[in-house]
Design a protein around this ligand. Structure first.
Ligand code: N01
Length: 531
């Protein structure tokens, strides 16, 4: 049994920075409990072939310390999974974080003991911790979604989910591989598997929009430039809606004739990065402007993919561009010109079951050596609810969120005093370049705890009213976007059977969100309950 000031669950980006802030700035007795064998969070688990971040490397890290920022050098435009892990190890070594982290320990429950104002946290190793503050830093995309397909346990070959990729290298040589899922992950894995396997059969349920990443080595000039402009870059990232190094222009798609518009799209297409969506200011909010982007992307797919049937399947979009998370790719569309790649349209021929030998659709059985599920996550709420958290009066979080997550700013939950969530539902989280949002969140939590400690307060809790108002703000903000026009998306919880259907992240942009957070802090948390 151990008594702590603060216990943080998870040793990814958020847990590591939160540990530094609470331990080193506030001098609190702090511990991180991590399920994995090492630090990294998302980047510890997602080791699948081709795993790389879609954010540009020089923006994908912490900016609170100029020294830490400048002493690390990103060498490619987009960082590979193992490079991000190296970066986090560098970060952790610089701040000597590991000594306050326990690994291989999974939190199985957390219960608020009202009479002592303490959280009792239990782990799978039968360890018990008592802590004043409990911080969930479990990541938005951690709880994997393995679809419940009939017969899944009967398959005799190997079956892997991208989010729990084995550490041991998998041999694809001479193998027939089936891959289910064509989101950000699937679009990264497939071209890598196609290079190595005898055959790749890709099972697509819905096509996703994908823009060429155009990864490259950073030149010495690029590196010097981003380091020299550290302060400017930091301020810029914090000012933009998504924490990315691009802004939306003033011009609408309709300020140009079709020829000029397509020339501008072509320029963005050649440039790569997630900034394609910012070619014009109205792509993400006006359905007609959006359609011009859709038409351009479709024309690119048709000019790349030689097999017309495949091009038709890949362009059969059921959502506007950006209504679901748009993806970046390296040779994804080009891959369909390879002889060893087959595309199966699950809209035409749905999977009936998994057999001993492979995948059976209503058009026949595909014999496979391996199946890869790139089927995503129970996003934003899944990893938090798995912790089995019980607040005041025995209220269980799963029950309290049974109709969707209720929180204030995604940070605090009514009935759950001194529980803080980093990048949780109700915060901009997955709609941003996540480390930028994490830094803002952790700073807010740290200031809040500092206030409580300085004023010798026992606890802080949000009210139901504040949570309701925030939920209303989320719903009002989402109306100004195209997100709800996606038939099915994990942003709305559609991918998990039985999950409440509600828009999960805050879509109003980081500057607006941040100003709300600052208001609460400046107001000395008056709209919250402090005792
Ligand atoms: O997961 P997804 P992901 N039968 O949920 C399909 C971040 N990320 O791991 O679209 C058949 O997006 C599903 O089909 P449909 C990023 O934020 C970032 O790819 O629901 N298919 C879809 O094609 C991203 O958005 C990076 O019809 C089934 C796919 O599986 C988030 O993580 C890299 C199915 C799931 O796509 C999640 O991405 C990777 C079924 N039963 C991830 N169930 C970078 O920064 C699901 N699917 C690069």
């Amino acid at each position: 049994m151990k008594y702590l000031d603060a216990l943080i669950i998870g040793a990814g980006f958020s847990g590591l920075y939160q540990l530094h802030c609470l331990r080193d700035k506030l001098k609190l007795n702090t511990l991180v409990v991590e399920e994995g064998k090492d630090i990294g969070g998302t980047w510890y688990w997602n080791t699948y072939p081709g795993a790389r971040c879609d954010s540009e490397s020089f923006t994908y890290g912490f900016t609170f310390s100029e020294k830490i920022f400048k002493n690390w050098t990103w060498k490619e435009r987009y960082p590979k999974q193992n490079v991000i892990l190296k970066y986090l190890k560098y970060f952790s070594n610089e701040l000597k974080l590991k000594k306050n982290i326990v690994f291989n320990e999974k939190v199985i429950s957390a219960k608020y003991i009202e009479k002592n104002n303490l959280w009792k946290v239990q782990t799978n190793n039968k360890k018990k911790y008592y802590t004043k503050y409990l911080i969930c830093a479990v990541g938005s995309l951690s709880s994997i979604n393995v679809p419940k397909i009939k017969g899944i346990n009967h398959f005799k070959g190997q079956l892997h989910h991208s989010g729990r990729w084995p550490r041991k290298k998998i041999n694809f040589k001479n193998k027939i591989v089936g891959q289910v899922g064509t989101g950000s992950t699937g679009i990264q894995i497939a071209p890598e598997i196609a290079k190595r396997a005898k055959k790749l059969i890709l099972f697509q349920r819905s096509p996703n929009f994908s823009i060429p990443a155009r990864n490259r080595k950073l030149t010495k000039k690029n590196i010097k430039n981003y380091k020299q402009n550290f302060k400017k870059l930091r301020n810029f990232l914090k000012r933009t809606p998504g924490g990315h190094p691009f802004e939306f222009p003033k011009k609408s798609a309709f300020d140009f004739n079709e020829t000029k518009r397509n020339l501008l799209y072509e320029k963005s297409w050649q440039y790569g990065t997630l900034s394609f969506r910012a070619t014009f200011n109205d792509i993400v909010k006006n359905i007609k402007a959006n359609q011009t982007a859709v038409n351009f992307i479709k024309s690119k797919i048709y000019s790349t993919v030689k097999n017309k049937k495949y091009a038709d399947i890949l362009t059969n979009f059921d959502h506007p561009f950006t209504a679901k998370r748009p993806t970046l790719n390296t040779n994804y569309y080009e891959m369909f010109n390879k002889k060893n790649v087959e595309l199966v349209d699950l809209k035409q021929s749905p999977i009936i079951k998994i057999t001993k030998r492979g995948i059976k659709t209503n058009k026949g059985e595909y014999i496979l050596d391996k199946i890869i599920f790139a089927t995503g996550f129970d996003a934003l709420t899944g990893s938090i609810l798995k912790l089995n958290i019980t607040g005041k009066k025995g209220i269980n979080l799963s029950k309290f969120w049974s109709k969707g997550p209720k929180s204030f700013l995604g940070l605090l939950v009514p009935n759950f005093p001194n529980l803080f969530i980093v990048s949780g539902p109700g915060s901009p989280s997955v709609l941003t370049n996540v480390p930028v949002q994490i830094e803002q969140h952790v700073n807010w939590i740290t200031n809040c705890i500092k206030y409580l400690e300085k004023n010798r307060k026992k606890s802080i809790e949000t009210t139901n009213l504040a949570a309701k108002k925030w939920q209303k703000e989320i719903m009002n903000s989402v109306k100004k976007t195209l997100f709800m026009k996606a038939k099915s998306s994990w942003y709305k919880g559609d991918n998990i059977p039985g999950k409440p259907k509600t828009f999960l992240p805050y879509p109003g942009g980081m500057p607006k969100y941040k100003s709300e957070c600052i208001k609460v802090e400046k107001n000395k948390y008056k709209e919250l309950k402090i005792s």
